[in-house]
Design a protein around this ligand. Sequence first.
Ligand code: F6R
Length: 607
Amino acid sequence: MEYRGYDSAGVALINAQGQLNIYKAKGKVAELEAYASDKDTTGTIGIAHTRWATHGEPNTVNAHPHYSESERLAIIHNGIIENYAVLKAGLQKEGYSFKSETDTEVLIQLIEYTQVNKHVDLRTAVQLALQQVIGAYAIAVLDKDHPDTLIAARKGSPLVVGVGQEEYFIASDATPIVEYTDKVIYIEDEEVVKLSTKGQSTKGQSIKGQSTKDEGIEITTINNVQKTPEIKRLELSLSQLEKGGYPHFMLKEIFEQPRTLADSMRGRVNVRQDNIALSGFIDNKERFLNAKRIIITACGTSWHAGLIAMYAIEEFAQIPVEVEYSSEFRYRKPVINRDDVVIAISQSGETADTLAAIQLAKEKGAFIFSICNVIGASIPRLSNSGCYTHVGPEIGVASTKAFTAQVVALTMLALCIGKEKGTMSEEQYLHVVRALGQIPDKIECVLSQNKRIADFAKTFTYAQNFIYLGRGYNYPVALEGALKLKEISYIHAEGYPAAEMKHGPIALISQEMPVVVVAPRCGTYEKVVSNIQEIKARNGRVIAIVTEGDKMVSKIADYVIEVPETEECLTPLLTVIPLQLLAYHIAVVKGCDVDQPRNLAKSVTVE
Ligand code: F6R
């Protein structure tokens, strides 16, 4: 679970003597392992947590699990309890004291207070406490007086139960569970799970959509309505979660892109028949064809993929597109009409702001289409339709293979709409479909320059600032290149549309600030060449990404990386690869933690 947060870690275990032991450490799981190596870590029931701090700095006291007042209960929590201050004040009046600055400790105190004062069992206490909570949570609670029971619940933050052979698992996503079982139950919002040693026989379990006979799992809502658990089969293999000989997941994931993109297109792009079949589109054709507007909503790298899609959808389908940061969209009282199509893009499918944005759009009657990677995540489940990217788990915190697959999925969608609407010529459609089929091999070509990129990356580790420039389809690539660099190397970087340089950023140009220019030979190529001249005239150092055989830029840029020729709308799939590698190598030379950069988390389930 470490890729979801790693500023501190902790574990609570009930041992055979009925003692509830909690061990916590600041930093990564390895620190916790070292700390707990000489402690009693026995037990047949336990909860553990890796934290991404919301309330209170990352330290041992604020790390989870948290005890209740009597130290009888322990809790771990993802999410934010928004009304924690009011709840805390009420509990303080009742004599409860608090050791940490966290909202989580308030919740466990509230659960204990409810249990003691209302004389109810743990599950009822959790249900009643959660009825008073405003905010988002995925929690797991232990009671040392009942070492045969674990209570968990969710709202807004994901939670999945794994059903093994005489054992259960509960986690924020399926990745840590796959090592032990492929049978999972996805918990829904406001559901409370009781896991106990009562059932435990896995005989009689049915898969997908049928109830389980396992008496050890009971699901209710926070209002105590009974629910029927549905066991689903995971399509995930353990090898997908390993580095496979690469020093970092990020490098492995960059190198996987020829295969992952082929997987994303498999069964969808048929080069022999010159056709694209996207079932999520085919089944809902009318919604797209009648759409007066398409709104794309996403965060971070996924938002950059959305920006590229804006160019493609407007060019091929001639439908106006707006690209929105989910966090702004959800709060700015946007105008959403019933005939709007809203496309949500999310690798994890759990990003809190994107989830809230589509909830809002759905309430207003818009049709929701999502592009997600994690199967069964909250966003695809809430959507009316969608398209999975099928790139396998992305473990490196900086997104790489998910981005290129999102661009492919969105381009396929743009082509489907354009063809169906008749807004693009047959010839243009055929060219792009054929060119899409060649992308995996062309990425392979770009990857073969890895060593050269690694060599010249060393030259740039001195830099404190970078500028990335691009135009048209490659303006979002400039943004993405800059984001990759700042995320993992901690070098400040800005992405700009190249022509905007003259309106301010040109003042920054000096020998000390490298400028990366994405300049494939298409679209506004000549204009970008002029922009490079302007930089050189001011003594700037230019790293250019160009099309193979480029003569003009090669003469003026300091470093040149070539990518194969392709259709303009597909150039981002090639030009982004050197930028991923550049960021990676600069970060490695600087000694940064590439897979787990400071302050970041893979899945942002808090707003
Ligand atoms: C950047 C990165 C983030 C995510 C963003 C959205 O490398 O990984 O910017 O793109 O947090 O995440 P998803 O796509 O899971 O919604």
